[in-house]
Design a protein around this ligand. Structure first.
Ligand SMILES: Nc1ncnc2c1ncn2[C@@H]1O[C@H](COP(=O)(O)OP(=O)(O)O)[C@@H](O)[C@H]1O
Ligand SMILES: N[C@@H](CCC(=O)OP(=O)(O)O)C(=O)O
Length: 277
């Protein structure tokens, strides 16, 4: 099911969480980025268009400057993001250059998506980059908004981008291979849920716990992202970016993940179809 979905999706948004990008000491995992660029380049060759939403500025900032790791003051976190964003984009630029692919940085905030003229400007930039074969890489603009560093809102940003672009699929890469019935970091007997068709109902029966090392939003913001894209009729996959060549393996069907499918009755696309002219 997941492999067919990826195969048939032309426009894919991929979100990469801080934990996925970071080594255990907080430095950027260059091997992960290299593998990601190889796989994205493979997808592009197959005629797919890819938008990346990448966290990791703060941890890259810590690794670069070698201090402020434990500072909780928001302005220090913002300063770390300002330092780390440069390193992050430099790392992306290098791995994609090996495939003759250019990358473009887009720093956005959630509020930008509720402002008509800003939304239009986002669309114009995004569509032009994609039309010209450039891979857009989106992160929160942490200087002007602190929601992301506080609550891990890059999941939301990825969902808003997916809906704005009318993508075929959103893939969230985290340090976890999907949604479990309880936090697998706390319970050894937690079970992976491979398919979710009615998230609201499911939420009445499962437990969602805290975030991991460098992450901010935990599983909650990922579930909210699923709701957002599902309501537009777009499916979402939550998978582990920690697994080697995960995109290729999902495509082959050799890796498990959670697939969130739109509930046909509630999707906005479906409601539009049902509305009498
Ligand atoms: N029911 C659950 N299923 C899966 N993960 C859960 C659950 N409850 C809590 N979590 C935690 O959410 C974490 C993922 O969120 P987060 O650390 O913010 O990741 P990211 O950096 O990828 O955004 C997992 O590592 C896990 O510890
Ligand atoms: N803009 C922040 C993103 C924070 C965020 O959403 O992190 P995550 O929960 O790892 O996706 C950064 O780049 O560090």
């Amino acid at each position: 099911m997941i492999s067919t979905l990826i195969e048939n999706s032309k426009k894919i948004v991929i979100k990469i969480g801080s934990n996925t990008l970071a080594n255990e000491d907080g430095s950027i995992n260059k091997q992960f980025l290299k593998e990601l660029s190889d796989q994205v380049a493979g997808f592009v060759t197959k005629g797919k268009q890819i938008v990346l939403v990448s966290s990791g500025a703060r941890i890259a900032g810590v690794a670069t400057i070698g201090k402020w790791m434990r500072k909780e003051d928001m302005h220090y976190k913002q300063a770390l993001c300002a330092i780390g964003q440069v390193e992050l984009m430099d790392a992306y630029r290098k791995v994609f250059a090996a495939h003759q692919i250019h990358v473009g940085q887009m720093l956005l905030t959630r509020d930008d998506f509720s402002d008509g003229s800003r939304t239009l400007n986002i669309r114009n930039t995004l569509f032009t980059l994609l039309d010209e074969g450039v891979v857009p890489i989106i992160n929160e603009n942490d200087t002007v908004s602190v929601e992301e560093i506080r609550i891990g809102d890059n999941d939301t940003l990825a969902a808003l981008t997916t809906n704005l672009w009318n993508a075929d699929l959103l893939i969230l890469f985290s340090d976890i291979d999907g949604l479990y019935n309880k936090n697998p970091n706390e319970y050894q007997d937690a079970e992976l849920i491979e398919k979710v068709e009615d998230l609201d109902r499911l939420l009445e029966t499962i437990e969602v716990g805290n975030t991991s090392d460098f992450g901010t939003g935990g599983i909650v913001t990922k579930l909210e992202a699923a709701k957002k894209v599902n309501s537009y009729g777009i499916p979402m996959i939550l998978a582990s970016g920690k697994k080697q060549r995960i995109l290729d393996r999902l495509l082959e069907g050799s890796e498990k993940a959670t697939l969130f499918l739109p509930n046909q009755k509630n999707s906005i696309k479906d409601q539009i179809k049902r509305t009498p002219k």
